[in-house]
Design a binder for this molecule. Structure first.
Ligand code: ZN
Length: 403
């Protein structure tokens, strides 16, 4: 009774905390294929000699924490800063990151396995390995050249985010006023070539018009690799309800982003108001040479992140669950997945979802909200496997027609 009073005083929803049997969470995780569509750990591997095999007290992703999180597969993001690199330089930076991922996989053969298809993820899981996949974040990296796109596909890249925060010469980003009115003719060619290659078309980061054009141009379902719901948080790269419905209609999947600034406008406003931290971060960015490594900056950036967290605190896990619940309500349970943005969002993740080991908390939270085991399995990775299979089938069909 004393405990109950304490819980009520602390403002906990007393009913929700005790309802789920921990054995049910365990049983579900044994069955699940947990797949995260967006982790930005790659630059740490390349620039800071970050070893996935060690458990770290910083960052969000390593093998020990993936194991605790029952993770079957992650897409490591191959991202190039388009403010810092020209498109030609971005090709080199992309190849260096692909190489870093492949070397890191080779370094941990007992735990990691390169995968490029839905079947390969499941095969890796069967062998007790974690499947590592790659997605290129930002169309700048192809330098408007389909030959470069094809080469990335050949090296194992399985999605391309059409833009990052800058426009490409062929697609508008959500971060700036539009210049192309969506996708150009060449942008549509990029989408069609991705369909043929079996690369997923990723519309996270693109403008609303680019989104519509990509949906229209694509012969296969499209994905948002890491985007949350705009009805709950107004970031322009979140999905409106109309966009959620349109992705669902096309058979695609929206993978929910956990970054607190995309979950809650109040949080985003308080973060933007932290001017000292932003100034420090800008000073570090200004010192970083074009082709240098970030190893000198890693600890400094982490210090700024810690300062931010000390001032902002964290959102509760329930705020993230709100986004999952909303996306399921609008798009349907077959069209929602995981797109954490771990290692890509300044350590700003909700309480209880601090890193990739926390999958059990997400599962418990969804159970507390009344989701069935089958529905949770879909969200954790079943939907991603399905959309990958469909993209693979479209690719086979298009390749056969081309012959
Ligand atoms: Zn991103």
């Amino acid at each position: 009774m004393k405990n109950l009073v304490l819980l009520l005083l602390l403002g906990y929803p007393a009913v929700a905390q005790t309802r789920v049997d921990p054995a049910r969470v365990d049983r579900l995780l044994q069955r699940a294929a947990v797949i995260d569509l967006h982790d930005d750990t790659t630059q740490m591997i390349l620039d800071e000699a970050y070893n996935l095999g060690e458990k770290h007290d910083y960052g969000q992703v390593d093998i020990p924490r993936m194991r605790s999180g029952h993770v079957s597969g992650v897409f490591l993001s191959i991202w190039t800063d388009s403010d810092r690199y020209t498109p030609v330089e971005a090709i080199r930076r992309t190849l260096e990151q692909i190489d870093a991922v492949r070397r890191e996989i080779a370094r941990h053969p007992g735990d990691l396995e390169m995968a490029a298809t839905s079947a390969e993820i499941l095969a890796a899981r069967k062998r007790g390995h974690i499947a590592i996949l790659m997605g290129v974040e930002g169309g700048i990296a192809i330098d408007s050249d389909l030959a470069v796109l094809r080469s990335y596909a050949e090296l194992g890249v399985r999605y391309l985010t059409l833009t990052h925060t800058n426009h490409t010469p062929w697609a508008d980003s959500s971060s700036l006023a539009g210049t192309h009115n969506g996708l150009t003719g060449f942008g549509r060619e990029v989408v069609r070539e991705m369909n043929r290659l079996g690369m997923m078309v990723d519309i996270s980061h693109v403008s609303d018009k680019t989104f519509l054009d990509a949906l229209e141009a694509s012969a296969a379902p499209v994905i948002a690799s890491h985007s949350s719901c705009r009805a709950l948080a107004s970031a322009p790269r979140n999905m409106t309800d109309d966009m959620l419905r349109a992705i669902a209609k096309k058979g695609g999947v929206v993978h929910i982003n956990y970054y607190e600034g995309f979950l809650d406008d109040g949080f985003a406003g308080r973060e933007t108001a932290l001017k000292a931290e932003q100034a420090e971060q800008n000073a570090i960015d200004g010192r970083t040479p074009n082709f240098g490594d970030r190893s000198q900056n890693g600890p400094a950036v982490r210090k700024i992140n810690a300062q931010r967290i000390a001032k902002l605190g964290h959102l509760p896990l329930s705020r993230l669950l709100d986004h999952f619940e909303h996306a399921v309500k609008v798009a349907g349970v077959d069209h929602v997945g995981l797109g954490s943005d771990f290692d890509g969002a300044d350590d700003l993740f909700p309480e209880g979802m601090e890193d990739i080991s926390k999958t059990p908390n997400l599962v418990r939270g969804l159970m507390e909200r009344g989701f069935s085991d089958e529905d949770i399995l879909k969200i954790l990775g079943g939907n991603t496997l399905r959309v990958m299979r469909e993209v693979e089938q479209v690719s086979l069909r298009l390749k056969a027609e081309n012959r």
